[in-house]
Design a protein around this ligand. Structure first.
Ligand SMILES: Cc1cc2nc3c(=O)[nH]c(=O)nc-3n(C[C@H](O)[C@H](O)[C@H](O)COP(=O)(O)OP(=O)(O)OC[C@H]3O[C@@H](n4cnc5c(N)ncnc54)[C@H](O)[C@@H]3O)c2cc1C
Length: 468
């Protein structure tokens, strides 16, 4: 972990309190501790000097300037739902929480865009634009509590990416407070626009290492039709993998295509979700949706059904009934609560070519067997983004060690299959070495040069993603 020495902690605290007001600063260690970590148990974290909660971009600029003058690092923070330790505090830092900057500033139905502050919760934005018949697609499973700022800074994905892309595909422009305290405006409000470098994309996925996002202009879509849902179970992982390959090759684009392996199926069934239709021998399950609407949706799912049957599915069921569809999807969404009843979960995040999904699952099974652990795999099959999740007893040092080993071995398998070490959760404070390995020395050097150009004093989130 990075260690830092603030020049004059007491002086900085009194400056910050004057800037954000006494109700905008927290220093009680019992309280600041709840801002020190995200949801990744593997990642290191430190004790922040303070948590500040600015109300507008002007306050963010002032806080950044004060921290820069005191050489005190800043860790920007949304809801802390991250799964890479990227929002974890380092000793003596200022955690800059954007939670109070949570206004939806504008929804413009004619230009199909919204302007929001970073602390807006993803679901609140989705609900607000839905009232205008519009749709904000990025839907991480944590959508009912993660923030747009966190989604932007991690380039979050979710269940709908197979059809609508990831967060960056819905962003037109950003306001970003730089390490100098200046406010940078990137992007535009128009549908097209190529003036200059694409600075918007540079900040998306930068995990709080380049600047603080204080406003975003987001592209919206027309509200999709109510989805029809299909569930298919397979006797082998290879058959499920083949179904995905056929669906992709046939050019069918469902609005959602999720996969669960045998361990995940058993876990949610034991948790009470018996509606999946998977038998005792079921090795993998696909849950697909089409939001094409009415007959078109059922036609699309019928093409999916043919692909599943062609690959040897044991059971396929499609329904246009909304309540039934919700129930089937609820089973997929229940995986983490189901796993929580079995032990501590440590979720990995890799993305492999869609032709390699079965091999990734089989590789995870082999690791589980060799290390004598439970590993479930669920994932966004439509884009090859898999979440092998290790379940372990954290009171056992030996089992914890094996769980951590499994986490790394899964990354190894993914890289070996031509994949990447993170599909959506990011690098944060747990995968720095893996980033270096994946992008190579030239890629890493370019990252460092960009960081040095924008944040020469290493103010923002030092030690996260890579060492400067
Ligand atoms: C149960 C569960 C399910 C999840 N499902 C998904 C999923 O389907 N897809 C997915 O992609 N992720 C998923 N996640 C991970 C997590 O929810 C996402 O990474 C999310 O985008 C983080 O948002 P947050 O507001 O919690 O950000 P935080 O965790 O607080 O921060 C994440 C990163 O963003 C930076 N940051 C936050 N706000 C700003 C800002 N305004 N300016 C600059 N940097 C900022 C932080 O410094 C940090 O580096 C899941 C997590 C959980 C716990």
């Amino acid at each position: 972990m990075v260690k830092i020495a603030t020049l004059d902690p007491a002086g900085l605290l009194s400056e910050l309190s004057a800037l954000v007001g006494p109700d905008g600063m927290l220093t009680d260690a019992d309280v600041t501790a709840s801002y020190a970590r995200d949801m990744m148990p593997l990642a290191p974290s430190g004790d922040p000097l303070a948590v500040v909660l600015p109300r507008d971009a002007g306050q963010v600029q002032a806080v950044v300037r004060a921290c820069a003058a005191h050489r005190t690092p800043i860790v920007p923070r949304g809801a802390g739902s991250g799964l890479s330790g990227a929002a974890n505090a380092i000793d003596g830092c200022v955690v800059l929480s954007l939670a109070r900057m949570n206004q939806i500033i504008e929804v413009d139905p004619d230009n199909r865009l919204a302007v929001v502050e970073p602390g807006v919760v993803n679901l609140d934005l989705r609900n607000a634009v839905e009232k205008e018949g519009l749709f904000y697609p990025p839907d991480p499973s944590s959508y009912d509590w993660c923030t747009i700022g966190g989604n932007l800074a991690t380039n979050a994905g979710g269940l709908c990416c197979v059809k609508y892309g990831v967060t960056t595909d819905s962003v037109l422009g950003l306001d970003v407070v730089l390490a100098s305290g200046e406010l940078l405006r990137t992007g535009r409000r128009t549908v097209k626009g190529v003036a200059g470098y694409d600075l918007t994309k540079l900040f998306i996925g930068s995990e709080g290492t380049l600047g603080v996002i204080t406003r975003a202009t987001l592209a919206l879509r027309p509200l999709p039709k109510a989805p029809a849902t299909l569930v298919a179970s397979f006797g082998t992982t290879a058959a499920a993998g083949q179904a995905v390959i056929t669906i992709v090759r046939e050019g069918i684009v469902p609005s959602l295509m999720e996969i669960m392996d045998r361990t995940a199926i058993r876990a949610v069934q034991n948790f009470g979700h018996t509606e999946l239709g998977a038998g005792a021998g079921s090795a993998a399950l696909l849950v697909c949706q089409s939001d094409a609407g009415g007959e078109a949706a059922m036609r699309e799912l019928s093409a999916v059904e043919q692909a599943c049957n062609g690959a040897g599915a044991e059971f396929v069921y499609a329904t246009a009934d909304l309540a039934e569809g919700r129930l089937l999807l609820a089973a997929r969404r229940a995986i983490l609560p189901a796993l929580e009843t079995l032990g501590t979960w440590l979720t990995d995040d890799v993305c492999v070519p869609r032709t390699k999904i079965a091999e990734l699952i089989e590789g995870s099974e082999r690791i589980a067997e060799r290390l004598d652990l439970m590993i479930t795999v669920v994932g966004h099959a439509g884009d090859g983004n898999m979440h092998p999740t290790v379940i372990y007893d954290q009171s056992s040092a030996d089992e914890t060690r094996r769980a951590h080993q499994a986490f790394g071995e899964i990354l190894e398998v993914a890289l070996g299959l031509g994949g990447t070490v993170t599909g959506e959760h990011g690098i944060g404070k747990i995968k720095q070495d893996w980033l270096a390995r994946e992008i190579g020395p030239v890629g890493l050097d370019v990252h460092r040069r960009i960081k040095a150009a924008l944040d020469p004093d290493n103010l923002f989130n030092p030690g996260s993603m890579f060492t400067a």
